[in-house]
Write a protein that binds this ligand. Sequence first.
Ligand SMILES: [Zn+2]
Ligand SMILES: [Zn+2]
Length: 450
Amino acid sequence: MKKMQKMQISIKPTAIVKEAPIGYLLRLIIRNGLTRASALVNDAQLNRIIKGIDSKVPEIDLLLPKGFNLSSVQSPLFNLSLQLTPKVCPECIRESAYYRNIWQNPFESYCRIHKTDLISHCSHCGSLLKFEPALLQARCTNPACHRPLKAESSEHLHLSHEQISDVLLAAHLFENSGPIKSSKYPRIPDFQHALILGYSLLTDIGIAKNWARDSILSISGNYPKNIANVDIERLLGQLKTNWPTVETLKNETKQFHIRCLSSVSEVWLSANEACRLLGVTIEGLVKLASVSLIRAQTNARLSIKSIVDISPLFTLFSTNQMSPAMEPLSSYQPLLWRNDVEIQDVVIAVHQRKLVCGYHPGKSLLDSIYCEKESLQSFAKEHFNSMNERMVDIDKAIRITGASREEILAFRKRGMARIPKWAGFNSDKLVDFNDVLNIRKLKNQLTLEF
Ligand SMILES: [Zn+2]
Ligand SMILES: [Zn+2]
């Protein structure tokens, strides 16, 4: 192999300024009378050259131009802003037949010289372009077609890199639901198609409305509305610039949609999303996973980067019956706070049949779980009495005692909300738990509540 390459590379053209390494390789192939990239390198070597890393063929590596000017724009979809599939301006190639390194920037969508789109597929046969010598003749790289590539210009010309990042994200979410897992390199083989798709979702009110409704209605009506909104929030939460359909999409998240009460099907979220949408901390999520109410995608320890299915939790509740005296958990917030009851504690108690709750899907999980006051009170009391802490942070002390931050700090001045002796780092944010209990008693005597 090595010997063969030495024989074949007899002409070594000079690299052109701003030429991509893969572009140089294509010229090397052409100048040495070859017609296919595979005549000089294998697939693995070709891929490394496209990525701008050493091909491990020393004769070629010596010749390749080095370095890319990667974009400073960060997409949630990929880490390295280097596109591994071609897009070209046919007019530029006809003027000077080399592959510009700027075309590998995934946020570059048009030719600033010719004011035309960068082309990723052949308009005659529809084939995706490949890094093959025909590309430098501005021809289709499908050998059965080989027709000249036509310059095109579309309505989404002149978008900034930030806007293109938004468009690529919208295109991704248009075609995929589920949490975004960023890949190392962009996966946009048909760049033109992604642009049309993403641009339509961000600019066409009708398309945005339909997409939003489809995504909401695809989630069983047994889930709270904030979970049914997840696809829309995923898009809105990551946009870098403003778009005509943003208001429409926001409205759809606020509107009531009659969803089908079909059986609870899997809903996969990033652990981060699951925490936000269920109203729990990562510790709370870990607790739910420990009783199999949350299912992780892998056996690895649950972390904020995990992907989880939240359907077991909602399957648990889907059969729960409501009684007239029940109120949503959200209406008991002070009771929950004062007894340090978090939502996962209630869910796990229901799972272990220690507490009877009703369920009716509302805006969030807290609005959807219903409980009778007496049974929640006795559960909360028991929960609080079983607390075995030595210290809590000030925020928790505020919730448990019902005192304000100022009051806690005033108690501290009087020696009643002491910094725990054994606390180290950040110790002034911690309060001795016995002091918290005393302040709570004191406050209780004043309000006679709980
Ligand atoms: Zn051009
Ligand atoms: Zn073609």
